[in-house]
Every structure is written in structure tokens, then in C-alpha cells.
Design a protein around this ligand. Sequence first.
Ligand code: ADP
Length: 474
Amino acid sequence: MHYINGLWVESDRSFAVTNPANGEVLGSVADGGAAEAEAAVKAAYDAFAAWSGMTAYQRSEILYRSWTLMSERAEDLANLMTAEQGKPLKAARNEVKYAADFLLWYAEEAKRVYGETIPAPRADQRFMVMREPVGVCAAITPWNYPISMLTRKIGPALAAGCTMVLKPAEQTPLCAKAMFEVFHDAGVPAGVVNMVNASDPVPVGKVLLEDPRVRKLTFTGSTEVGKLLAAQAAPTMKRVSMELGGHAPFIVFDDADPVHAAKGASLVKFLNTGQACISPNRIYVQRSIAEPFIATLTERVAKMKAGLGTETGVSIGPLVDEPSLAKVDRQVQDAVAHGATVCTGGTRLTEDGLGDGLFYAPTVLSGVTADMLIHSEETFGPVAPVIVFDDEADILEKANDTAYGLAAYLYTRDISRAWRIAEGLRFGIIGINDINPTAAAAPFGGVKESGIGREGGHVGLDEYLDTKLVGWSV
Ligand code: ADP
């Protein structure tokens, strides 16, 4: 179903939603196109004046109610996410909590949209700067974090006074529907949030991007699609926020504890089965500690259990679709052909009832070099490629040698080195001995081809606000 102007709307056609862990059909969803997208934009446009005209306190209250309801439904949302997206239940619970945090944070931030006064150059002149909502926003979101990617956009948009049309990922529309039930039940007025589902995103995307009433696009997904959408947004000069791909370096210096660092690498690399844009894609370890690091990493990864996310002890879920699985396998085969060693994993998993799902064995590769695909392509799967390095002098150059610039991690106990490297890394998010540098209160986003703009924190609200200068003569 779509959600347009406060109503659940069907289409003539529908598409099936499946569980990637076993291929089971979970349900079907209305398959929309240009007509539904146009109706949703109209609803969002018509609702804008009343929504932006409410007080910040009123909007805050509705966001707060959404947070409360979402928290009450957390367990159901987590179970649905595990069935639809495949991540283990524990990870789904974490995501629901993280996602809810954005509603609470922006319920609070809604009341803090401050302007400023500026000393004017003339004695009879006064300057006042006001912040205003940008208007109707289009949001296009991915399947890998099917709930937090929604609240990270809807939270600040509603706080700022914007209205929105969301096109969720075609793989995870049921999570989006469950969230729209939350917004509906929390009393978000009709037309303020709208959702259009589509098995083919192109016609819906075209309407959202060409309509001059839509003033902003916020997108999370691949760099490839992000570039296409940014180009489509240009003729009507829409603002864009882009959270795109990454190719995170994870650098372990020889003064770090190799066992502790390997533990961190195993946790962050295999988070969401490697299907995260901040997932490490190049694990650099300094030569003198490479052996214990690789041994610990291999030992931990070999123990990881793949399977249905509802089973106890499972930490590895399925990949999202066949092409993703094929890409992971291609990168591994290519690395092996170029001389890499498979320390553990390296194959698709089909035994023990996993044959109907899209599982790849959690894999560690050592001896990875720059001529391998995995060294430059984003993997988005459960493969940890390890590269041994010698000098701090050239590690920065190596780490920065990518078109991406989202997250980077480093392990060291030398505080000067930590500053030096953190300052030199051309990435939007740096973890120093820390594998989870994210929170609703913190700005998330990349530089270079990893994106434009930030989500989360007080700067996340700026993305939904225009600046208006009022100058007058007194
Ligand atoms: P992923 O690799 O995460 O699947 P994509 O960039 O392909 O990333 O998809 C992210 C979101 O972008 C999804 O909601 C998808 O439907 C949408 N999308 C993909 N291609 C287009 C397009 N040409 N126009 C509009 N939306 C698109």
C-alpha cells in the first residue's frame, strides 16, 4: 500500500516481498508509478502551509508521540526487519533503537531552530537572519537499514516544518509501511508524510525530481544512483543531501593491541553482513603485528554462524539478492587469482538448510594487493581483506587513494599519531579505537563521492532549512 494524504492507497498492480534468508514470500505491496507520485507530491505541497505554520512545540509533540509509539512497537518492528531484510534479531533491535533516537532527538531540536541578528554596515540599517523550512522534500531510501534511514530523514524534515514524499527501497517496503502506521497513529496530519512504493523506481523518481514543487531530495544509496539523481535534480535546482557508498580503510598501527583491534575489525566488518556503507573495505595492519592480528581475526570470523536471524547465536544474515552474492564471490575469486590467501570462508553457503537463502561464508583474505578488485570496489558483503603495510609515512596516501570518503578507522595508543592520522584522513567520519562513531546526536556523512550533507546532530536539521536575510532601514 501507498500512503497518500493520510490514506492507505492501493494500485492495480502489486509486487511480492520475500525473506532473503529462505526465499519465503512475506506479502505483497502496491506497485506505484508516476500517477501515485504526482498525487503524493500534491498532497505534500498542499499540506506544507499548515504544517510549517504550526509552532515548533506542536511539531515537536507529534515527533515525540511518534517516538513513544515506535518504542512501544520496537519488538514487532525488529521482528519484521529480520524477516524482510535478514539481519539477526539483536542487530534489528539495535537498529530500531537507533532509528527511534532520531525521532526523539529531532523532537527536541525542533524547538531550537534559531536565527540571528547581525550588525549592519549603516547606522539606520538592521539585519535579521531567519531559518525557514525548504518545502516539500523527496526521500529515496535503501534496504540495508530499512527503518533508521527513514527516521534519519523524516525526523529532521518534520522538525524543520517540511513535508515529505518517501520512496522506500523495493526490497523492504513492509518496514516502511510499519513506520508509516506509527506516524499515522501518532497524529501526523494528512499530507505531511507520504509514501509511494514501486518495483521500478525510475518513473516515481522522475516525477519527484522533475516537479518544481519538490524543493529538496534526500537520498541514501549507491554512488552510481546518487549521481544520476543529483543530475536529475539540477534543472529545477533542488537542494540535495546524498549519503552514498564508502570504501573505509581500517588502519591498525604496530603500537595497538592486535587482539583488541582484530576484535573491533571482526565486529564492524561483519555488521549487517558487511552491507553497510561504513563497513571497512581495506584492513591495513602494520607488519610487526600482522600475524597475531590476522590469526585472531580469522579465529573470530571462522566461529561466526550464518542463518535465520531469529535463531540464537546467528550473527551473519543473508545478502540482499543474487547479484550482490555474485559480486562478493567475484571479488573473492579475483583476489585469489591475483595471489590472495583465503584464511577462512570464501564460498557460498548452501548446507544446513541455507540453500534457499543468499548466504556467503564470512571470509578473511590476507595478502590483498592494489591490483585486486576488492581493493578499489565497494564489497557490501562479509569479506575482510587484509593488507600489510610498513610505514606510517605512506599509509595516509594509501588510505586516501579512493574516490570515496565516508568512514575511516584507526587503532593506535600513540595520541600524537592518532591526531596526525585523523587530521590527514579525507573522510567524513573517523573512529579512533572506536568501531561505532555514530549516534542520532552526531553528524553522519561523507566527502568526495561518498556524498553531500550530513544527517543527525544539529547540522542534520540545517539540511531542511533555508536561510532568509531580512534587512531594513529604521
Ligand atoms: P542499493 O545498492 O542500496 O540497492 P541503490 O542506489 O540501487 O542502492 O538504491 C537505493 C534506492 O534508490 C532504492 O530505493 C532504489 O529503488 C532507488 N533507486 C535506484 N535507482 C533509481 C533511479 N534511477 N531513480 C530513482 N530511484 C532509484
